[in-house]
Design a protein around this ligand. Sequence first.
Ligand SMILES: NC(=O)c1ccc[n+]([C@@H]2O[C@H](COP(=O)([O-])OP(=O)(O)OC[C@H]3O[C@@H](n4cnc5c(N)ncnc54)[C@H](OP(=O)(O)O)[C@@H]3O)[C@@H](O)[C@H]2O)c1
Length: 332
Amino acid sequence: MRAAYYEKHGSTDNIVVGEFPDPVIGDHDVLIRVRAASLNGFDPMMLEGTTDLNTPLPMIPLGDFAGEIVELGSAVRGWAVGDRVCPFPFVMGEGMNGETRRGAASKYVSFPAFNLLRVPDNVSFEDAACLPIAYGTAYRMMYDRARVAEGEKVLILGATGGVGVCAVELAKLAGCEVIACGSSDWKLDKLKALGADHVIDTSEEDFEDVIHKKFGKPFILGGGGVDVLINYIGGDTGVKSLRCLTKNGRLLTCGATAGYDPYQDLRYIWSYELNVIGSNGWLPPDQVKLLDLVASGRLKPRIHAVRPLEETASSIQDLIDRKVFGKVVITP
Ligand SMILES: NC(=O)c1ccc[n+]([C@@H]2O[C@H](COP(=O)([O-])OP(=O)(O)OC[C@H]3O[C@@H](n4cnc5c(N)ncnc54)[C@H](OP(=O)(O)O)[C@@H]3O)[C@@H](O)[C@H]2O)c1
């Protein structure tokens, strides 16, 4: 089959598009013809080999995908050839598709039938392929972990990425006042079009200053600042984030794009009785709820571009260069 893959970690120059052995299916697996796959923030990390995870080499990138079943293992029941599916991409014993298991930048993928989720007829493969990793993570973080509520002020750093655009939309659906951060004018315009009430250009403005000017400096007895702050950037944003939160505010983290050991100042956590909340992944019912939200027209995945398999490497490079708003979809 045709696939995009790399044989060693490094830059996007290592990604080639060519022939790759077809996946073999077991009794409990199905073979899926990939119709759309999408990039995530972890694709550059896997390619560069900067995490502790062991990717099988040669590695096919891209964890998220949707497609149709073309073959069934002998023990598979309840599914048929032609069914439209968007699997829950974390496989027991193998880990996340695109991280520790070969991804979906390929014509076919083998998947356990246990992981299959049905794509409603009125949801496109491209939209469905955006929903698992970034959108699933945003769903759990915003609704199960942060429990954002109507009227709350929610500050989202790096709001222009896959997790970010979904977090903005889910916060708006919940009736929150959203302050969204991005690093260039064209991305800020898109954040406004998405419904963000306020935007901050982090390439020119200090988000802490903007929050203090707009909502007041948090006061130890209450008032000022924001109620919820979404931070998967890490790096040097740690203490600034704490200083933006109102008394009893919630700081959510699900990642650390710019560094996982930021300097912290614990005094803000106890003085303002802040809640630091981790959020990791999502569950299949979250992905089903997202599919329902898209099917009912209440959520529209933000697709930056739909590109052919040959553009997998340049698309990952665009992600590294911060030239993407939302999701890039590859159609193998
Ligand atoms: N724990 C989990 O289950 C889980 C699941 C999914 C994702 N994550 C994590 O969540 C984070 C976001 O994922 P994603 O797929 O949304 O990534 P993404 O699409 O690449 O978006 C990340 C956003 O962060 C900003 N950014 C990129 N590099 C940056 C840097 N060096 N410093 C500051 N800002 C930077 C960019 O916005 P601007 O250029 O506009 O600033 C970009 O739009 C990643 O760290 C990922 O590993 C965790």
